[in-house]
Design a protein around this ligand. Sequence first.
Ligand code: PLP
Length: 400
Amino acid sequence: MKPFSKRMSRLGTENAFSVVSKAKKFEREELAPKGEKLVYLQIGEPAFDTPANIKEAGVKAIQANQTHYAPSPGIMDLRQAIADTASKNACEKYGWEDVIVTPGGKPIMFYMINALIDPGNEVIIPNPGYPIYESVVSYLGGTVVPLPLLEEKDFNFTLEDLKKLITPKTKMIVINTPQNPTGGVLTKEVLEGMTKLAVENDLWVLSDEIYDRIVYEGEHVSITKFPGMPQRTIMLNGCSKAYAMTGWRLGWGVTKSKEMVAAMEQLLINDVSCTPTMVQAAGLEALRGPQNAVEDMKKEYQKRRDLLVSLVNDVPGMSCKLPKGAFYLFVNVKPILAKLGINASKFADRVMREAKMVILPGTAFGSYGEGYIRFSYVSSEADIKEGMKRLKDFVVKVYK
Ligand SMILES: Cc1ncc(COP(=O)(O)O)c(C=O)c1O
């Protein structure tokens, strides 16, 4: 057979998904015969069900035969609701025409990077960071320039750090706040300072704000709050995390660049034609309906975060600070890795096989994640307690 394209070899993946397949296989073949199970603390999947009012809106839409193609960039009412919501965090008012609706937030990354990046263009990407940014830039022949997010800087970066990475070839910067995998939140000062750099160097910004409703202290700050940014920023968001709607696949991009909306619409037409119509009806209810479920889920995540942080800091050789947002904990395990003489990936594998618990190595999010593991604390309190008991027993045994 003739080979796949060269660019296919540059496409990465999202380990949170591939690790689950590996874990399920191990569980079925090796643990199930002994009546044992794994504890999963790895995936960014809200443990709650979609709120009832949203589910009803989806069901009603199907019954009302909203089962046909929708306009490619999205249903007008939903685009307006998204524009109204995004305007609350921005320095300008967005209109429906500034919004493009997609099946999940992820396609916005694919479309924006596709619209902008030619071979040789540089893209500054947080590291550790959500792996799809890097994957898509490499796939398209762009050059990935990592922006280190270090624990000693509270998983933030300084304007000096950023300035050093900008060259005449830089076309785009990706930011993500609150952040996956560190739970870090970019400060207002950094976001405001970045604005000047972006304007001076004529850069596009992909601002991934999918966790904007899960901030534990203070208010979410969007880079679109600063003048000049709505024109050069695509603000990515969606229903997956805030409304526990991961399986519905509903996301969006918002920008004041008309050309970018048109380019993304063209890519979307080539790709999926439109986002499912009944899903958009459910999304409209999510945005326009009562918001108490979002707050209730956040309170629950906060309780689980506090529990997990205290349990992790009780394990010898492990340490972490209290994350400010999202539902992830990025834990320093460097002393344990040094003692065992292994890397984070090998450690995560041993934790699965020997502690019977699934977490992700920090390196699933880039090279600066070496020395760390990522937990997701969306699981039930019972799972968190059981998983941490197993992990502590394992670590106490191997790290003395
Ligand atoms: C930072 C970040 N952006 C985007 C996404 C993708 O969201 P969606 O499931 O809506 O495509 C995720 C999912 O885990 C994420 O962590």
